[in-house]
Ligand binder design. Structure first.
Ligand code: MRU
Length: 345
């Protein structure tokens, strides 16, 4: 099994990341012993996906401490470097959350930080496995079907987490229960997390799927080709609004029109009760080169400008279910200001 984020003690203490910019063509790794390398890996999406960013953030504090010890940083410098990791990408709350899980252990030494960071990693896998079972139960009960055909967006599998996956974990669970029909994986422009990463994971797991252009998804839903949409989340606010990869809200609108469930799956570390509603989420805007060029080659006319928000927000009334390891809430049915406290952990 390929781990997105792994701590190694030998040959030297470091994080090893599988470089997700190179997949599926090449399986290569990035060894992280400095904050600069980690921040660059996060910003270039070599490591990506909200829960994987949480793991990288927590372990990243140990990397910063190791570098600080080698280079003689004072406490102020160490704090600033940890903050650089914490804010390397803004939308997925898990990155800051992961750093915050270990940060107050810094005065107790790197061994204590690592113990806590390893707990973040282990807890993520168990949360994902639990929410996958809960999500599969909910979907089969809601649809009343023996087999469900699924549309998904972006990548939410083991690569996006510490292990197993969130929305992908539900798909895998349905597959293991022999309750899964065809999966439609959105290619996920502009960086193709669906076509490159989700398809790679589905192939490895022997799950029957097709890759579709993002622009095909609404029509696939309205034509009755799928029974449920299952996606992940980067941040879930207190009222049940969710941010996820750009394109997600389009799926939600089409599902509402077609009358099929739109399911958001995430560990409770993605729930941000401190943010009241979706409008308050800071949406990362990435370099416009990602949309005016393809695979490094310019495709748009010289001078044409791109607009590249990496995420969008789905309002709670379009979300049939939010699943965490603690349970399922149904925002579209029961919109309440404190809805998420039930499953926030
Ligand atoms: O820009 P990315 O690839 O980090 O975006 C990832 C997503 O939008 C995922 O759907 C989300 O983080 C959930 S991953 C389990």
């Amino acid at each position: 099994m390929v781990l997105a984020v792994e701590w190694l003690d030998e040959p030297q203490p470091m994080i090893r990341l599988v470089d997700q910019t190179a997949l599926p063509a090449e399986e290569r790794y990035i060894d992280v012993t400095t904050v600069d390398v980690l921040v660059e890996a996060i910003q270039t999406l070599a490591v990506r996906g909200a829960p994987a960013l949480g793991a990288a953030g927590a372990l990243g504090v140990a990397v910063a401490m190791g570098q600080g010890a080698r280079e003689g940083w004072d406490a102020g410098r160490l704090d600033r470097e940890i903050e650089r990791i914490r804010t390397a990408r803004p939308t997925a709350v898990n990155l800051a959350w992961g750093v915050d899980q270990v940060r107050d252990a810094v005065p107790h030494g790197v061994a204590e930080v690592l113990t806590r960071a390893r707990r973040v990693v282990a807890d993520d896998e168990s949360a994902n496995r639990r929410l996958s079972a809960l999500g599969a139960d909910w979907i089969l009960a809601r649809t009343g079907l023996d087999q469900v055909r699924v549309v998904t967006h972006c990548n939410t599998g083991a690569l996006a987490t510490s292990a197993w996956g969130t929305a992908y974990g539900i798909i895998h669970e349905l597959h293991q229960r022999e309750s899964l029909g065809l999966v439609y994986a959105d290619e996920t422009r502009p960086l193709l997390q669906g076509a490159r990463l989700t398809s790679w994971e589905l192939m490895k797991d022997g799950i029957d799927h097709v890759i579709q252009a993002d622009g095909a998804a609404a029509s696939t839903i309205l034509r009755g080709l799928v029974d449920v949409a299952i996606i992940g989340a980067d941040r879930i606010t207190a009222n049940g609004d969710t941010a996820n990869k750009v394109g997600s809200v389009g799926l939600a609108l089409a599902c509402a029109r077609a009358g099929i469930p739109f399911v958001v799956a995430a560990p409770s570390s993605t729930v941000d009760l401190g943010t009241k509603r979706g409008e308050d989420i800071f949406i990362e805007e990435r370099d416009s080169d990602e949309v005016v060029a393809f695979a490094g080659v310019r495709t748009a006319p010289e001078g044409a400008r791109g607009f590249n928000p990496a995420f969008d927000v789905t309002p709670n009334d379009l979300i049939s279910a939010i699943v965490t390891e603690h349970g399922v809430v149904e925002p579209a049915l029961t919109p309440q200001p404190d809805l998420l406290s039930q499953i926030a952990g």
